[in-house]
Design a protein around this ligand. Structure first.
Ligand SMILES: NC(=O)c1ccc[n+]([C@@H]2O[C@H](COP(=O)([O-])OP(=O)(O)OC[C@H]3O[C@@H](n4cnc5c(N)ncnc54)[C@H](O)[C@@H]3O)[C@@H](O)[C@H]2O)c1
Length: 266
């Protein structure tokens, strides 16, 4: 059955910019009742809130300054969402940085931040405060979460971590108790501010390895395309599934093999 977006409420981390902001636009244009933009960047957050309310109607968007690494701050964004809109149905764990040069921070934002979101969404808020019989959590990983890229070992590791989370939290055992579907999307290179930030590499030696994978990166796609494909995944995908969104093309499901299929083969 297709998940209905109309009159639902969403919380999007990293929603002040880039892919996250386009997720908010795509959901609001499908009749979403309201969206919380939970982002650490106050200026961009206020600007995004104003832009969305001007385009989609008064009080549709709500910025809450949030560092996803800080569990209490992140929980405050959930509480504020329920107070303002009275329910919460969709969580998009999207905040992330690509910055191997400051890799401890990268691990915190991409891994700890997503785990915080999973625990809050699955066990504390979407399970209790969804308006219909199902909630949905979408996690933004990357094609680097399916194939390690030589130039970004730590970034790749953080995005593989999300794949592990979706495998575990997306199991029927959790769905049965929470009625929350858990999904993963893996965009390839997408035109956003993230691509332009400094401190991307562990050292210049890592940057030089770019030439080995250039052919795998493909064409830059737009955030609008990623958002349009995310909507299809949100509405139709089965619990625990992983979806690649690359090169501006239609999304496709990526299926991890069961390890037993390799047994006795070598
Ligand atoms: N741009 C790409 O090529 C690409 C490809 C695949 C996956 N992704 C993933 O997509 C997601 C969104 O990235 P983007 O390209 O839109 O980048 P972006 O830099 O445009 O947006 C990221 C947003 O996350 C916010 N953020 C950063 N740290 C935060 C924190 N601790 N707490 C809350 N918010 C925080 C930033 O302020 C920003 O608004 C990330 O998870 C990224 O890893 C991006």
């Amino acid at each position: 059955m297709v998940f209905e977006i109309n009159e639902k409420v969403a919380l999007i981390t990293g929603g002040a910019n880039g892919i996250g902001l386009n997720f908010a636009k795509a959901l609001l244009s499908k009749g979403l009742k309201g969206v919380t933009l939970a982002d650490v960047n106050e200026n961009a957050g206020i600007e995004a809130e104003e832009e969305l309310n001007k385009t989609y109607g008064k009080d549709k968007a709500f910025f809450v300054k949030t560092d996803v690494v800080n569990y209490k701050e992140f929980e405050a964004a959930f509480k504020a969402t329920v107070e303002k809109f009275s329910h919460i149905d969709i969580l998009i764990n999207n905040a992330g940085i690509g910055a191997d040069g400051i890799w401890r921070k990268e691990v915190e934002v991409n891994v700890v931040g997503t785990i915080n979101g999973m625990i809050l969404g699955m066990d504390n808020y979407l399970n209790k405060y969804k308006i219909s019989d199902e909630g949905v959590i979408i996690n933004t990983s990357s094609t680097c979460g399916l194939e390690g890229y030589a130039q970004w070992p730590v970034y790749s590791a953080t995005k593989f971590a999300i794949t592990g989370m979706v495998q575990a939290w997306g199991s029927p055992a959790h769905y049965e108790r929470t009625r929350v579907r858990v999904l993963e999307i893996c965009p390839s290179a997408t035109e956003t501010d993230m691509l332009g930030v400094g401190q991307k590499f562990l050292s210049p030696e890592y940057e030089k390895t770019m030439k080995y994978i250039a052919h795998e990166i493909g064409n830059l796609q737009t955030s609008e395309h990623v958002a349009a494909e995310m909507i299809k995944v949100l509405q139709n995908a089965n619990n625990g599934t992983i979806w690649v969104i690359e090169n501006g093309e239609p999304s496709y499901e990526y299926v991890l093999p069961k390890r037993q299929t390799f047994k006795n083969k070598n």
